[in-house]
Design a protein around this ligand. Structure first.
Ligand SMILES: [Zn+2]
Length: 252
């Protein structure tokens, strides 16, 4: 394990602690080759101010009055910042500002120099079959030279990799908010439910929401009737977040 990996491992092991991050910042300033003073400054600045930055939404600097905030945005928006989070399709996520669009929700929240929240889809947690070639690795083209072509979406592997397992190797992500999985506000017995995709006979329950079986298996509140049941929706969402992160760690 090289120095950088060891320092990152220290940050991942103690996501709540500032010290491992500050030690890493010192190392970036003094020992990294090449040195990364901007990255170091960004980490220190965010720890000092406890401010956050969003990726995936318009970066609004209208309120950037204090000098530290101007500097923070400057660092975060600089081209060099792309290399700080190499697992992310940065430019793609960033340029999705459209008025009154649901995509306005942040995709990532960067706090204390690292990604803390991820807003995404449950399938980010695992590798899955490519939906273009349906796992075959080849796409059929109907033309005069009709033939199979290697699928460009999955590069002929038939599989698409989840974003989250790679991200967790270098980012101390603490929460995963599933953008497309929301059990309705409870009215039936006052509960929220998750249902496994392997057993979705309960999927018609108005307060239920189907999640992939391998995520469902990791939920805490599973009951014998094939439901995971929660009295509070916030608890349901937190447990889903833990299950998704646990699965992604297992796959990374
Ligand atoms: Zn494919």
């Amino acid at each position: 394990m090289n120095d950088r990996d060891a320092l990152i491992a220290g940050i991942l092991a103690e996501p709540e602690a500032d010290l491992p991050r500050l030690v890493y910042a010192d190392w970036l300033d003094e020992h990294a080759e090449p040195k990364e003073p901007e990255r170091a400054e960004f980490i220190r600045l965010q720890i000092e101010t406890q401010n956050i930055q969003y990726v995936g939404r318009h970066l609004d600097d209208r309120y950037a009055d204090p000098a530290w905030r101007v500097r923070e945005l400057q660092l975060f928006n600089s081209p060099i910042a792309k290399s700080w989070f190499p697992e992310i399709e940065f430019s793609h996520l960033r340029c999705r500002w459209r008025d009154q669009d649901e995509d306005l929700v942040p995709e990532l929240i960067v706090r204390r120099g690292f990604i803390q929240y991820v807003y995404g889809f449950d399938w980010w947690a695992f590798n899955r079959e490519c939906d273009r070639c349906h796992g075959s690795g080849y796409v059929e083209f109907v033309d005069r030279i009709a033939s199979d072509y290697e699928c460009s979406k999955c590069n002929g592997t038939g599989e698409l990799s989840g974003n989250l397992p790679g991200l967790l190797k270098s980012q101390p992500v603490q929460h995963f908010v599933c953008k497309d999985k929301h059990p309705e506000q409870p009215s039936f017995g006052g509960h929220s439910y998750w249902v496994s995709s392997a057993n979705d006979t309960h999927a018609d329950f108005p307060q239920s929401c189907v999640v992939p079986a391998r995520i469902f298996e990791r939920l805490k509140n599973k009951e014998s009737d094939g439901l995971a049941r929660y009295s509070l929706r916030t608890k349901a969402n937190l447990d889903l977040s833990s299950a998704i992160l646990e699965l992604a760690r297992a796959e990374s």
